[in-house]
Design a protein around this ligand. Structure first.
Ligand code: URC
Length: 306
C-alpha cells in the first residue's frame, strides 16, 4: 500500500483590509475581508519540507494590502480576480488560486440638527451598517478556467403575513398545526454563479459587478416580498427564479435560508386572546431550507463551488 498526498491548498485567511479614499475632506471607506488559497506543485513542501514552491501566506496577505493601495478597491469581484490572476500568472509553481472576499458596509453618521453644529464633520464619521455582508469567491486556473460567484449573507427579512403552511405529511409524531397565516422570517445566504468572469459576459448582461449585485439583491428582496408563500421552499425557488430572470449573466443561484420560527404565544392563561399579534421568536432549533435554482443551459460549474 502506498501513501500519497491528496488534494491540498494553502493561503492566508481573513486579511482585513480597510481602504480609505480621500476626496478633499470627504472620506470613503471600503472594508473587506480577503482569504486566498493557492494550489499547484506542492508535493515537495508536504513530503520533504522543501519550500521552494511556496509563496508564503504572509506574502499573500501583503499583496492584498499592496494591491489595495496600488489599484484601489472597487467591486470585490474585480479585486479578487486581480489577486487570483497575479498569484497564478507570477508564480509558475502555482496553478490555481481561490480568492474569497467579504465586504462590510458603513453608513455616514449624519450631523444632528441643533444649535451646537459645526463641531462634527459627517464626511469622515461612520457607523457600521446593519446591512448584510456582500461576498464573492473567484477561482483562476493556469489552464484558463476562471469562475466568479457573487453573493450575500446575513440578509434578514420578514413577512408579517402572506405565508401559509399546511398540507404536509402527518404521522404519529406530528404535532405542528396547519396555518393559513404565519410570520415568515429568514436570514438569506445566497450565492450566484456568473456565466463568465465579468458581470457583462452574459447573454444580455449590461454593466459592472456592482450593478449585477444591486439588481440580484433587489430581485431576492422583491421575490420575498411579492410571493404569497405556501412554504419557505416555494419562496426560495421564486427568489432564485427572479434573480435569473433579472440578470442574464447569472446562471445559478444557491441559497440557504433558516426558517426563523415565530410561535404564537398562548395568552389564554391571562384571559386574553391572541389574534396573530404576540409571537415568541425562537432562535433554535430552526428549519433549514437549502436549494439551487439554475438555468437549463448553465455551463459546467467547474471549480465555482469548491
Ligand atoms: O416553510 C416551511 N417548510 C417546511 O418544510 C416546514 N417544516 C415545518 O415544520 N415548518 C415548515 N415551514
Amino acid at each position: 500500500m502506498a501513501i500519497v498526498l491528496g488534494p491540498n491548498r494553502y493561503g492566508k485567511a481573513e486579511t482585513r483590509v480597510v481602504r480609505v479614499v480621500r476626496e478633499g475632506g470627504t472620506h470613503h471607506i471600503k472594508d473587506i475581508n480577503v482569504s486566498s488559497a493557492l494550489s499547484g506543485d506542492m508535493e515537495a513542501v508536504h513530503l520533504t519540507g522543501d519550500n521552494a514552491n511556496v509563496l508564503p501566506t504572509d506574502t499573500q496577505k501583503n499583496t492584498a494590502y499592496a494591491f489595495a493601495k496600488k489599484y484601489g478597491v472597487d467591486e470585490i469581484e474585480d479585486f479578487a480576480l486581480l489577486l487570483a490572476r497575479h498569484f497564478v500568472d507570477s508564480q509558475p509553481a502555482i496553478h490555481h488560486a481561490r480568492v474569497e472576499i467579504e465586504e462590510y458596509f458603513w453608513d455616514r453618521i449624519p450631523v444632528a440638527e441643533g444649535p451646537d453644529l459645526g463641531l462634527r464633520d459627517e464626511q469622515h464619521s461612520f457607523v457600521r451598517s446593519g446591512r448584510e455582508v456582500r461576498t464573492c469567491v473567484v477561482h483562476y486556473d493556469q489552464d484558463g478556467g476562471t469562475s466568479v460567484v457573487s453573493g450575500l449573507k446575513d440578509l434578514v427579512v420578514l413577512n408579517s403575513t402572506g405565508s401559509e403552511f399546511h398540507g404536509y405529511i402527518e404521522d404519529e409524531y406530528t404535532t405542528l398545526k396547519p396555518t393559513s397565516d404565519r410570520i415568515l422570517a429568514t436570514e438569506v445566504s445566497a450565492q450566484w454563479r456568473h456565466r463568465g468572469d465579468d458581470s457583462s459576459s452574459g447573454r444580455s448582461g449590461t454593466g459592472s459587478f456592482g450593478r449585477s449585485y444591486t439588481e440580484a439583491r433587489q430581485a431576492l428582496l422583491d421575490a420575498f416580498a411579492d410571493t404569497h408563500s405556501l412554504s419557505l421552499q416555494q419562496t426560495l425557488y421564486e427568489m432564485g427564479r427572479r434573480v435569473l430572470n433579472a440578470r442574464k449573466e447569472i446562471c445559478e443561484v444557491r441559497m440557504a435560508m433558516p426558517n426563523k420560527h415565530h410561535f404564537l404565544v398562548d395568552l389564554e392563561p391571562f384571559g386574553m386572546d391572541n389574534d396573530n399579534e404576540v409571537f415568541f421568536a425562537a432562535d433554535r432549533p430552526y428549519g433549514l431550507i437549502e436549494g439551487s435554482v439554475l438555468t437549463d443551459d448553465a455551463p459546467d460549474a467547474g471549480y465555482a463551488w469548491n
